[in-house]
Design a protein around this ligand. Sequence first.
Ligand code: NAD
Length: 472
Amino acid sequence: MAVRPGNHIDGAWEVGTGSGDDIAVHDSADGSLVESFRPAGADQLERAVAAARRAQPGWNAVPVRERAALLRRLADRLAAREDELAAVMSREVGSPLAFSRTVQVGLPVAVLRTTADAVEELALEEQVDNVTVVREPVGVVGAITPWNYPIYQVVAKLAPALAAGCAIVVKPSQVAPLSSVLMFEEIEAVGLPAGVADLLTGTGRGIGEALVAHPDVDMISFTGSTAAGARIAEAAAPGVKRVALELGGKSAAVLLDDADVARGVRATVGSCFLNGGQTCSALTRLVVPRSILAEVEAEIEAAVAEVVVGDPFAEGTVVGPMASAEQRSTINSYIALGVEEGARLLAGGVGDEPADGGYYVRPTVLTDVKSGMRVAQEEIFGPVLVVIPVDGTEEAVEVANDSEYGLSGAVWSGDRARAVDVARRIRTGQVAVNGGAFSARAPFGGVKKSGNGRELGKYGLEEYFELKAIRL
Ligand code: NAD
């Protein structure tokens, strides 16, 4: 694979001019070096933002249908390159290959298409009394993304920004920038005018902070940890920029006493261990009636026993390695902490350092967890499920809401109306009733410390517009 340098500025590929260490991409399965990039320098950030500023009005003048057509062409090209992109993300992130194909590539492809549909359906002008209300693009967007779903996270910002007529400067995660570099080859190939979408590779503290503070960037769209999101909001405040934040989560699945235990447990374990647990919306707390705890625990043990941990390229692997050595050690510390806090280890435990250097952990379930324990409050971002027994529906709702996060959730009950009632009482951005499926057209985002703003569909698109009222 002939890899480009990590920066794409004003229509050309450039080697980074920044100081500091190379941005190194490691193979999660053995720790070996896959690729490295020189980080972008301050001069390159200046040129990328200037190019975006210059290019944005021309891009906004391109008819919506043509902008949508370009997004669809990009979707087709990413789909055509599925094998290579999936393999790269399986190495960068450790995602099992089949999952990389269907989700790591499939989801951004779907989001490009649904966003193209959404912009064609959106009225860019409407009349209110004597006023024409016009939707105008926000301008130049800075996008900063995490490593867990590397292409999807970029596309969830790039697709609506481009659809709205904005220009965008993307800084992907330093842990997994390679897939974004490959995607930018396709962005170049679909004929996007120079400067409309630029890529800068580097760290958060380096080029990331400089992008946030840049006076010519109108909006920052950030996905990542709550700590970094809060810092970014502060750095953006002096410029009074629009800031959209998609942050962490500690989402609860609430099993009511009349639930189908087998379905509820299997879905929760599946969600918690999805992508090795490195999913912001993962259901990581299972809230269970104490009266059926033993039945639930037996079901969990059976479900976890079927989870195959191993090489992301091996067929049948459900949980691959974690994305980085740092991630692995954080997860192991949390497992040890949970036991210290008095939780009972139902499955898994602290993993041994594997001989092959891969970043593997053991999918783990802690039970008899109390809601105040740190393992029930803090985002672990690995395959660790905590089971919290409660007495009655009121306490279940209280525990579900006993979190500084509010990103996702689930409710299981034999009585759908009862489940919907509980779902409405959980303070969160989205909640699935009896396994209700995800839709790329529905809003995705959080409340409380899980962030603000929404991505996906027409809701995500709205974030990239300003409203102007022209009184006639
Ligand atoms: P992170 O916050 O460490 O980094 C995310 C991105 O922000 C990276 O590109 C990083 O370089 C950059 N960054 C960090 N500090 C910065 C700063 N001060 N200024 C500018 N940029 C900065 O997160 P991560 O470890 O890459 O990802 C995991 C986190 O992301 C988890 O907390 C997870 O829940 C969250 N996440 C949220 C969503 C969501 O949609 N809500 C989706 C995926 C991941």
